[in-house]
Design a protein around this ligand. Sequence first.
Ligand SMILES: [Zn+2]
Ligand SMILES: [Zn+2]
Length: 186
Amino acid sequence: MTTSMQAAVWQRPDAITVEQIPVPEVPVGWALVEVEYTGICGTDLSILHSTHPRAQAGIVPGHESVGVVADGGTTGLAVGDRVVAEPLISCGHCLACRSGSTHVCRNLKLYGIDAPGSLADYVALPASALHVVPAGNDRRRPSRSADHVAEWASRTPKCRVSVGEFKSRVRSGLANQRLTRPDASG
Ligand SMILES: [Zn+2]
Ligand SMILES: [Zn+2]
């Protein structure tokens, strides 16, 4: 297994360079993912333009990605499993996290901002952030991922949003991202 990889590194306002850097370490409970596709959203543009409130120079951006497992470590994921990454880093301790709403954690962070992201050959992520992509899914279409998230969410007891409404919200959000200025949202 190679020990170095190419990665996009944000250096300073409006300057990202491609660097050769070490392949990330894989802590216990994490997996190493060989990145196939990474989306670029308004948050990434705000990092590039240095208007994001938390991004620090030297970070590898990228938080919307799909890839295949290169090293499953102790996660139970198999080499070659195609996974989509849930980029949220939740604290696990705040009221939102303790009530199961980790996506609105008061201390919410993201891979690609607060930890190395996926604009790289490889990204290391905890098993909790990885979801196996069903066979046959077109990995290049984020709306397809939204479809699967919607199907999954609709089966959880606390979800009050219908599958159709969720897809519609996601797609309008994706459409809006092309029309609005980048901001600091995720
Ligand atoms: Zn929390
Ligand atoms: Zn984003």
